[in-house]
Design a protein around this ligand. Structure first.
Ligand SMILES: [Zn+2]
Length: 254
């Protein structure tokens, strides 16, 4: 009898262990926002399978607005090229007024501040699989190798939070430019991008849209690529134009 019952119990125990293991893996980041963010994804994907877990997560989520501990959380670790999470298509944000968006942006800001001169960062790069990115372009370039195309944006571009961004090329004109990425540290590549685009994104007040040219268009395309699991090295047509920054910049290829 014991022998005949064992497979059933083994299956049940393994199922519970698998669910818990998955949850713990998804929520291994230590701060509350990470757990709740992934909790939201669990709600979306596993409502039928894990109803009790979802109820608990939903209650916690509703109290998140008052969680001041978030502001004290450290910068996130930036995932590096090779991490499978960087090649996933990020999930759309269902409600741009959801506090998770603001918290994600704060995490992006903290992480960017800790890394120096980078101008943009996307949520997937810090392990948050949502279609959110943040960027700003200063008036003057922090790196003379970046061609800011000030003829189009003489004042730079103000801090912008892109939620569910959509890009529409405005012409067939393509441009080559250097790109670097926090997920590809120390490296640089020459990438072909659309010279002119219109991009549209969601805000709590509705959709917003801008036309961008040159470097501005390049940066938006770069960040949106992350949301589709694409890193700039995947777009380099000639891999001789991909290398270490101190070597490739010195060659003055463009
Ligand atoms: Zn990047």
């Amino acid at each position: 009898m014991i022998g005949s019952c064992t497979p059933k119990y083994t299956f049940s125990i393994l199922s519970v262990v698998a669910i818990l293991s998955t949850f713990l893996t998804l929520t291994k980041a230590s701060n509350a926002s990470s757990m709740l963010l992934f909790g939201e994804l669990l709600i979306r994907k596993t409502t039928r399978a894990v109803p009790v877990l979802c109820q608990v997560t939903q209650r916690s989520y509703s109290s998140l607005k008052h969680d001041q501990s978030f502001d004290k959380s450290p910068a996130r670790k930036v995932l590096k090229m090779g991490d499978p999470a960087l090649y996933e298509k990020a999930a759309a944000v269902q409600d741009p007024s959801n506090p998770v968006v603001e918290q994600t942006v704060q995490e992006l800001l903290k992480t960017l501040e800790a890394t120096g001169t980078f101008m943009g960062l996307s949520a997937p790069q810090i392990g948050i699989p949502l279609r959110i990115a943040y960027f700003r372009i200063p008036k003057e370039s922090p790196n003379p190798r970046y061609h800011l195309t000030t003829e189009f944006d003489p004042e730079g571009v103000p801090p912008t939070i892109l939620v569910n961004p959509v890009i529409e090329p405005l012409s067939d004109e393509m441009a080559l430019g250097y790109e670097t990425c926090l997920s590809v540290p120390g490296m640089v590549g020459i990438v072909k991008r659309h010279q002119s685009i219109r991009y549209t994104w969601d805000t709590p007040e509705g959709k917003k849209s801008r036309v961008a040219h040159g470097f501005h268009a390049r940066l938006v395309q770069h960040e949106c690529g992350h949301l589709d699991g694409i890193l700039y090295p995947q777009l380099i047509e000639d891999l001789r134009h991909f290398g270490y920054q101190d070597v490739l910049f010195a060659r003055n290829l463009i």
